[in-house]
Design a protein around this ligand. Structure first.
Ligand SMILES: Cc1ncc(COP(=O)(O)O)c(C=O)c1O
Length: 354
């Protein structure tokens, strides 16, 4: 049985988007491919209002989270974390042999400049954190964090995991002035999984020249050389790129600000429902994600509730990480509409009333 996804990714993909990918294959060293690649890069720059390099690689977003760490540091990073995905980046850095200065912020709380005050030492080469922590539904102010990092250590690079933030909320790319901003196709771009995207700064590329062992797949200098002529380094997911080109056109015609406002409306509906029907939402007030609602379960038997929901054709997401048992999550991003959220919430009401 097919179900409508209100998950945290992969998310619902609209029929017109699926249809846009149904095209004859082209080779990735053709003129047609170059046009497709170049169009996508330009549309990403336009929609995110940036002139940073835009890199594309086949893989999930983690390919570029690892890539940014491998190119942007040789020995020491600082990882700020308030949940599972912040911890994941720290793990990636450590598995790549970096020493990581860790800053742990309580789950459910936003990471704030005061959490890192006096902590960014001179030998930290790269500071990394998650914009929108998908395990807790917290959206931190990355512009404020980046400013604090630069004041303390102007040479430190900054990598921001924007996997569930980009295209759902305004991440203010220019104001943030980060060195790597990473996301993928299966979240607020509302496409199938399979393509990682990185916005990359000049500073990151300069640093990469000094770092040994950048690998092959994740070598940003190799990727840059190909990207400059609108090629991918290795075979790209061409069908998915047709879909991405289509989605970017849709985003341009909706308008990015209108898109962010739609995400805000959906988030407000879910928060209001959680306050009325259950025990509210988990993340602290003022820093709540507009792409993922993380709801306190209260007394709810989630597994039973979710099986009834699935039987009616709707799928949401379990809690994640340390708060897996006490929360559950509703994805409201991409091409999902307030009307669809309204429908989901009324079915959830019916189940609770049964
Ligand atoms: C905030 C965040 N970072 C990283 C990831 C990992 O992304 P991917 O599975 O595309 O590598 C996810 C996936 O859910 C995420 O939500």
């Amino acid at each position: 049985m097919s179900r409508t996804l209100f998950t945290v990714g992969p998310v619902y993909v609209a029929p017109d988007t699926l249809e846009s990918m149904n095209r004859p294959m082209i080779t990735h060293r053709s003129k047609e491919y170059k046009e497709l690649h170049g169009d996508i890069v330009e549309k990403i720059k336009k929609t995110l209002d940036t002139d940073m390099d835009v890199f594309l690689v086949a893989g999930s977003a983690t390919a570029f989270l690892e890539g940014a760490i491998r190119n942007g540091s040789a020995s020491r990073t600082m990882g700020i974390t308030n949940g599972s995905f912040g911890n994941r980046s720290i793990e990636i850095a450590e598995l790549n042999g970096r020493t990581v200065d860790k800053v742990q912020v309580p789950w459910g709380k936003a990471m704030k400049p005061e959490d890192i005050e006096g902590k960014v030492s001179k030998d930290v080469e790269l500071v990394h954190w998650v914009s929108n922590e998908s395990s807790t539904g917290v959206f931190s102010d990355s512009v404020a964090l980046a400013k604090s990092v630069r004041e303390q250590n102007p040479d430190a690079l900054i990598m921001v995991d924007a996997v569930t933030a980009a295209y759902a909320m305004d991440i203010k790319v220019k104001d943030m002035d980060a060195d790597a901003i990473v996301f993928g196709t299966q979240k607020a771009l509302a496409l199938p999984p399979g393509l990682a995207i990185m916005l990359c700064s000049e500073r990151m590329l300069e640093k990469a020249k000094t770092v040994p062992n950048r690998g092959f797949y994740t070598d940003l200098l190799k990727i840059k050389k190909q990207s400059d002529v609108n090629y991918a380094l290795t075979t790209p997911p061409v069908s998915l790129m047709y879909g991405l080109d289509h989605q970017l056109d849709k985003i341009i015609s909706e308008g990015v600000q209108a898109r962010y406002a739609r995400h805000q409306r959906m988030a407000d509906m879910v928060r209001d429902w959680a306050d009325r029907r259950l025990a509210g939402v988990f993340p602290e007030e003022g820093y709540r994600s507009n792409s993922i609602g993380v709801l306190n379960r209260g007394d709810l038997d989630f597994d039973n509730f979710h099986s009834k929901l699935k039987a009616r054709g709707y799928e949401i997401s379990n809690g994640y990480g340390d708060v897996k048992e006490k929360t559950f999550r509703i994805g409201h991003m991409g091409d999902t509409t307030p009307e669809a959220i309204g429908e989901l919430l009324s079915v959830m009401d019916e189940i609770l009333e049964e």
